[in-house]
Each structure stands twice: as structure tokens, then as C-alpha cells.
Design a protein. Sequence first.
Length: 141
Amino acid sequence: MKYLNVLTSVFLLTAMITACGTEPEPVDTEPQVEDPMITEHGPTLDIDESVAAARTKMAERLDIAEDEIDVVEARRVTWPNGALGCPEPDMMYTQALVGGYYIRLQAGPEVHAYHAGRDGLPFFCPQERSEQPRDTQHPTS
């Protein structure tokens, strides 16, 4: 009988400890909708911030003042793949749609293309590699 009392006590004690443990994590029942302009690192640059960054980069690259640079075009686009409209020869790219921006800036007679992906960070794309995006979302100019 004493053995049965010890087993019952151990069982009850184990049940009490388990019941007093941490509560289970709540389950997120909201559907997860991916925004093509949100990265795992958080929100991206918006179109105005991306244009400003492109102007700064172009001014530094050409060693000119930012006020000498005009915005010819800036729009939100969907690139057809990971090349972001600026493929390099002999490179392979992810074949998935990528949200981003297509920006064209002018200094003097020359127009320069800047492309951006999900993060909105623009990069210079030489004219010989720059592909104009096929579809556009939310034109801004």
C-alpha cells in the first residue's frame, strides 16, 4: 500500500508541475500575405527615397552636384527575374517576379538608368545592359 501511495504522489506531483508550466504560444490564425515590396529585413525604401538615393549615387559617380540631375522617369515595376532588368553576361538569375523600381536620371545630354529590387536600393545599370521593364505599377512621373 505504501508503494501505491508513493506512485500516486509522484503521479500527482508530475501532473501539477506539468499543469503549472508555461502557456502554449498563441497560434497566428491571420493569413500571411506577402507584399512584394517588403523584405525579411523590414520595409523598403519608398519611390521618393529610392530616387533620392539614385541621385546621390549618380552625383558621386559623375562627380557633379545633385541639383544638376533631373528625374526623367521613376516608377514602381515588377522585374521578370532576379537580374532586375540589368543582366550580366554568363550569369544565371532566379526566375521569379521581383518588385522594384525603374529610375532614369539625366545630367546634361546623357540619361542614366538606375534599377532597384525589393529593398528599393538603386544601382546604376549601364545602357547596354539596361532592360526596360514590361509592366509598371503605380507610375510616379
